[in-house]
Design a protein around this ligand. Structure first.
Ligand SMILES: [Zn+2]
Length: 319
């Protein structure tokens, strides 16, 4: 499941990654409510597909925040009202199955990778309230040594740019993160990025500049991911993809403009290496579910070798 700040999306999947059931429910605030929500979501999905508790091989939980995957713990999940929470231990005691916990964007990267026809190295770039990415290589998440791999949102690209929540100036996230765009727009509204696009279409000068920033920031994120990891594909998801009909042409134009200025960048063919996910695709929940399957992506989805499904409770961070 993907436990987000406002909603929890859950899927029940078979060992080959086939989605058997899917549900969405509101997320409630605070540690006790988060654990109760994970337990209830698991029970509801199990009931829907006719599983007993013994049928559940594992439960994967994607959460926004700093995750210690080895301990199954999340820190600083401010959107959930949680400072520190031992999800694996607390939810595992009630569910009676191994619980795997991962950062939500990293889980989404795993889920997006599982939907691909091959296991070529790929990155998942999340353009949502914030901007972050996950890299999957050899069918496994590449976390880096401290779990920071893929945090492209906080790479500064404009020394005199807007102040970022992280304390730096001109981070990629200040250009194309929904939260930062909303603050820069400063006119309120429930969907400030949509308002920016609409106002830009109507000729508003400030909105047109912000709209250009979104494309420029997203293009920079794609460039950074390919230049640092040489992933074959950058799959783009997150809330901003609800505006794909306007975001995608802008992003492709920004990538082509960068290519026109540099034969080297042109040779990377970045505009051929991006793909936008369909809005609402439950990749974070799917990827979370796959956390418990050893080498989840070593085979094409739909052709699973179930003998590879093993668990190591002593070392759940098998990525
Ligand atoms: Zn930053």
């Amino acid at each position: 499941m993907d436990v987000g700040g406002t909603k929890t999306e859950g899927v029940a999947v078979d060992v080959d990654g086939t989605i058997l059931a899917r549900l969405r429910r509101p997320t409630e605030w605070g540690a006790d409510a988060v654990i109760a929500g994970i337990v209830e979501t698991t029970q509801a999905l199990a009931a829907e597909v006719g599983f007993t508790a013994a049928d559940i091989l594992s439960v994967g939980v994607g959460v926004p925040g700093l995750v210690d995957a080895a301990q199954g713990r999340v820190l600083h999940a401010v959107n959930l009202g949680v400072e520190s929470l031992d999800i694996a231990r607390l939810a595992g005691a009630e569910i009676g199955a191994p619980i795997f916990v991962e950062n939500d964007v990293k889980a989404a990267a795993l889920g997006a990778a599982s939907l691909r026809p091959d296991t070529a190295p790929m990155a998942y770039l999340n353009l949502g309230t914030g901007v972050a990415a996950g890299v999957v290589t050899g069918g496994r998440l590449w976390r880096g040594s401290r779990g920071i791999a893929g945090e492209v949102g906080h790479i500064p690209i404009e020394p005199n740019g807007r102040l970022c929540g992280c304390g730096q100036r001109g981070c990629i996230e200040t250009l194309c993160g929904g939260g930062a765009v909303g603050r820069a727009w400063g006119r309120g509204g429930d969907y400030p990025v949509l308002d920016v696009y609409d106002a830009a279409d109507a000729g508003d000068v400030e909105a047109r500049a912000l709209r250009a920033d979104i494309a420029r920031g997203a293009a920079a994120a794609v460039s950074v991911l390919v230049l640092t990891t040489d992933v074959e594909t950058v799959v783009i998801g997150g809330g901003l993809t609800a505006l794909a009909d306007r975001l995608e042409p802008d992003l492709r134009a920004a990538l082509r403009m960068n290519a026109a200025a540099s034969p080297f960048i042109a040779s990377l063919r970045l505009d051929e290496r991006i793909e936008l996910l369909a809005p609402g695709s439950p990749v974070a929940a799917l990827g979370a579910a796959l956390l418990g399957v050893e080498q989840p992506l070593s085979y094409p989805v739909g052709a699973a070798d179930t003998s590879a499904v093993t668990f190591d409770k002593e070392n759940p961070d098998h990525g």
